[in-house]
Design a protein around this ligand. Structure first.
Ligand SMILES: Nc1ncnc2c1ncn2[C@@H]1O[C@H](COP(=O)(O)OP(=O)(O)OP(=O)(O)O)[C@@H](O)[C@H]1O
Ligand SMILES: [Mg+2]
Length: 246
């Protein structure tokens, strides 16, 4: 998918959770723009609002105030149905805990969102097999998630996130459950995708992951408190990571 300008944009974004005494401003007046092909990393302590922000950007939650734009289209005002369609077509989610369907094979997990988006079985199968090959798992297509390592499961989840060719991949602690070698595998895949123009917003506690981004923002109490432009990972970031391998 191709759009000019920002892939994802938010202005005056606010999300409050809870009522009365327990009311929390999880996201508090955030302005954000992620140009196509860039990777934004979001860091910050537990509870500062990182996951809530990702959910708002991907239309999994609706803001209390402010606007969210994806692919040049305002999404916070869409109907539930239109929002679900937008999510399927324009957003790929990757979660720390993988969230694969345990009863389905790796290939079937990747095919599922394509089928839900209305692709034919044949198209879905072809796309899944291409993507599994791209993440280095062509030989694991028939395996169930329980028969895969954590790193392999996350690579299946990445393939699944990409199956509908989303404008943006939103990843919440994608390497949080992975060891160093598997973290590097996932980062390499992200890097290849970004070179090909894929846009990312990645929430991470891992400095190594953040160092590969084009831009790093730090959150505290729902707000951006620091904003750093990085060189991006091509070619330095991953090079620096290789030393950490093993
Ligand atoms: N559904 C909810 N109902 C009430 N409060 C919520 C809800 N979801 C999140 N919160 C609160 O909003 C704040 C932000 O939560 P969020 O999950 O976005 O934090 P986070 O930065 O992702 O934390 P972590 O690093 O632990 O994942 C927290 O104070 C949390 O308790
Ligand atoms: Mg979180």
């Amino acid at each position: 998918m191709n759009v000019s300008g920002a892939a994802v944009r938010a202005c005056g974004l606010v999300k409050t959770h809870g009522q009365g005494q327990s009311r929390v401003r999880a996201v508090d007046e955030v302005d954000l723009e992620v140009p196509q092909g860039q990777m934004l990393a979001v860091m910050g302590p537990s509870g500062c609002g990182k996951s809530t922000l990702l959910h708002l950007l991907g239309g999994l939650e609706r803001p209390t105030d402010g606007e969210v734009w994806v692919a040049g289209r305002r999404i916070d005002t869409l109907s539930e149905r239109a929002l679900a369609r937008m999510r399927r077509r324009s957003v790929g989610f990757v979660f720390q805990a993988f969230h694969l369907v345990e009863e389905l094979s790796a290939a079937e997990n990747v095919e599922l969102p394509a089928l839900l988006a209305g692709r034919s079985r044949r198209q879905a199968r072809r796309r899944a097999s291409l993507l599994l090959e791209r993440v280095g798992l062509a030989d694991r297509a028939r395996h169930l998630p329980s028969q895969l390592s954590g790193g392999q499961r996350q690579r299946v989840a990445v393939a699944r996130a990409l199956v509908n060719d989303p404008l943006v991949v939103l990843a919440d602690e994608p390497t949080g459950n992975l060891d160093t070698a598997a973290t590097l595998d996932v980062l390499r895949i992200f890097e290849e995708l970004r070179s090909a123009g894929q846009t990312f917003v990645i929430v991470t506690h891992d400095e190594r992951v953040a160092a590969t981004a084009d831009r790093l923002v730090s959150m505290r109490y729902g707000m951006f408190v620091d904003d750093t432009r990085l060189a991006g990972s091509h070619p330095r970031g991953l090079g620096g990571l290789i030393g950490l391998e093993g």
